[in-house]
Design a protein. Structure first.
Length: 575
């Protein structure tokens, strides 16, 4: 019993000892866990403090970058505010031409030096302004230069009521009279010769705007090889039309190369780009009867005192034009200097029968022009040209020289929206060369002295646009003055327009034209497809009509054309 009680007491004591030991162990473990947790909390506090400092540092960096960006933005805004606004492109659309009113030099804003922060990457360079050029699959960018292919594919059907042999290019002074076989026959032909290929290059060198332009077509004639006949292969010769470079710095501008003559009427300023010129919407590749024009190599200097005024002077290739080009009549030479004598026509005169590059011209033609554009609705210009002819009579060893010239007043203005009227007027004393050669510059008297021929023209019309449809109509007329002399024999008449002269010596040449252009679609990325339908009526009257001969020659012409224009038209900017 006592032993059992002792066992019980011993077990109780053992149990108490065990419980006390376990409790002590648990308490020790709890104390150890608390210590670890406190250490973790302290470590987290340190990490949070470090992250807070990093966040504050990042905020300072972001604030520095924001200030740098605001500085760049402010600089760009100031540059844009100082730059003049772009001019409004108010030209009537000249379908098929890839040419803008101004060069497409992209405006670049020089980025300000951005602040940098150690430990962060440098700010990325701002994209160049050339990236803002509208997307086009046919623009090539090399550095800051943009190359834009220009041109179109043309297929033309030309019908004429007489067999003038001129194709789709009218010789305004030589379509046949109805008492000839050619005057009794009609002609009709297809051709792709008016298709054009070219390009323009736009670049910026420091503050000089550089614009280069090249353009050619296949109206260079037919080759002499067997494959170049129109029997099996309609092979046509490629020719240069335009090839020039233009430099502009602020108000000064310089152009060199073969461009449209400055005597050609403008739609905008005194720009040489095809879309800024007026030569009509018609499809005749010799353009309009009465138009003063040329594509002539030379130099041009322009001054832009304001957006509303442009002043220019040019020196352009001259020619001692004696008639015979483009169907123009040729004056009768004195017997001693003509085909049976010294024959000056083959050596000193550009009479349409020899190589014009071999003519001994005295000096370039000098042309001056001033254009006014008080608003987008009105363009007015005044132009003048002076030329010089010089002849040596090999029979008498005597020189003769004479200075000629002419002037024009042209205007193009909007009556209402999408309707413009134009008038172009020219008068000259020895400058008929600029009327597509319809009038000679001069005649030669019996001793070889030079006598200038008066000539003048008018070209008036309208152009209207209704959505994708363009309508136009023009009237053009040319007058060539009579200039008669007596030959050395004292009885024979020579010169131009005398009694008994050939019926190729025209007194007047006139044309009435009307047409429509329908554009099916026009997308800067995919190009344009257009249809042209043009009708023209021509008539000319000679100075002398032989008994029983027709009093005039008449001709009807119709052009039907389908055209695909390349995409990639150059965007415009203002100065």
């Amino acid at each position: 019993m006592h032993r059992l009680r002792r066992y019980r007491i011993a077990l109780a004591c053992a149990a108490c000892a065990a419980f006390s030991t376990g409790f002590a162990a648990d308490h020790a473990a709890a104390d150890a866990g608390a210590a670890v947790q406190a250490a973790d909390i302290e470590q987290l506090k340190v990490q949070l403090e470090q992250q807070k400092k990093q966040i504050e540092q990042l905020q300072k960096i972001l604030e520095a970058q924001q200030k740098a960006l605001e500085k760049v933005t402010a600089g760009a805004a100031q540059a844009a505010a100082k730059a003049p606004e772009a001019e409004v492109d108010h030209r009537a659309a000249n379908l098929g031409e890839v040419a803008s009113t101004r060069p497409i030099i992209p405006r670049a804003v020089a980025p300000a030096a951005a602040a940098t922060t150690p430990g962060l990457p440098l700010p990325q360079a701002q994209p160049n302004a050339i990236a803002n050029i509208p997307e086009s699959p046919l623009q090539i960018r090399i550095g800051l230069a943009t190359i834009t292919p220009v041109g179109f594919m043309d297929l033309t059907n030309t019908y004429r009521s007489t067999a003038s042999g001129a194709g789709y290019a009218t010789n305004f002074g030589s379509y046949p009279y109805n008492n000839t076989a050619a005057g009794r026959l009609t002609e009709d032909r297809f051709s792709a010769g008016n298709s054009r290929i070219g390009f323009r290059v736009d670049a910026l060198y420091h503050d000089i705007h550089v614009l280069g332009y090249y353009e050619g077509d296949f109206v260079g004639g037919v080759g002499n090889g067997a494959l170049n006949t129109q029997v099996t292969s309609n092979s046509l010769l490629y020719r240069i039309r335009l090839y020039w470079v233009d430099l502009r710095k602020n108000k000064l501008e310089f152009l060199a190369g073969q461009s449209w003559s400055m005597m050609t009427p403008n739609r905008n300023g005194i720009s040489a780009l095809p879309g800024d010129l007026f030569y009509g919407q018609e499809f005749d590749v010799n353009y309009l009867n009465g138009l003063t024009w040329g594509r002539i190599p030379g130099l041009r200097f322009l001054y832009h005192p304001s957006k509303q005024v442009t002043i220019g002077i040019s020196a352009e290739n001259s020619t001692q034009y004696f008639g015979g080009s483009g169907g123009g009549g040729v004056p009768t030479l004195p017997a001693a200097l003509g085909a049976n004598g010294a024959n000056l026509a083959n050596s000193e005169l550009d009479a349409g029968v020899n190589n014009g590059l071999a003519i001994p011209n005295v000096r370039p033609d000098i042309i001056a022009k001033i254009a006014f554009e008080p608003s987008a609705r009105l363009h007015v210009e005044i132009a003048g040209v002076t030329d010089q002819m010089k002849i040596w009579n090999p029979l008498t060893n005597v020189y003769f020289s004479k200075v000629g010239g002419g002037g024009s007043i042209n205007a193009n203005f909007a009556v209402v929206k999408n309707l413009r009227l134009m008038t172009n007027n020219f008068w000259s004393d020895g400058a008929g060369r600029y009327l597509f050669g319809a009038a000679p510059n001069f005649i030669l008297r019996a001793d070889g002295d030079i006598s200038l021929v008066h000539s003048g023209s008018t070209l008036d019309g309208f152009e209207a646009r209704l959505g994708k449809t363009a309508l136009y109509g023009y009237y053009g007329g040319i007058y060539v003055g009579r200039n008669v002399a007596v030959d050395a024999n004292g009885t024979s008449l020579i010169g131009y327009g005398y009694r008994g002269s050939a019926n190729s010596q025209n007194r007047t040449m006139q044309e009435a034209t009307i047409g429509i252009t329908q554009t099916f679609f026009n997308n800067p990325r995919y190009g344009a497809v257009s249809m042209f339908l043009d009708y023209a009526y021509f008539w000319r009257n000679p100075w002398y009509v032989a008994p029983g001969a027709p009093k005039n020659a008449k001709q009807n012409a119709v052009w039907f054309n389908l055209r695909y224009t390349l995409p990639g038209s150059a965007p415009t900017i203002g100065y």
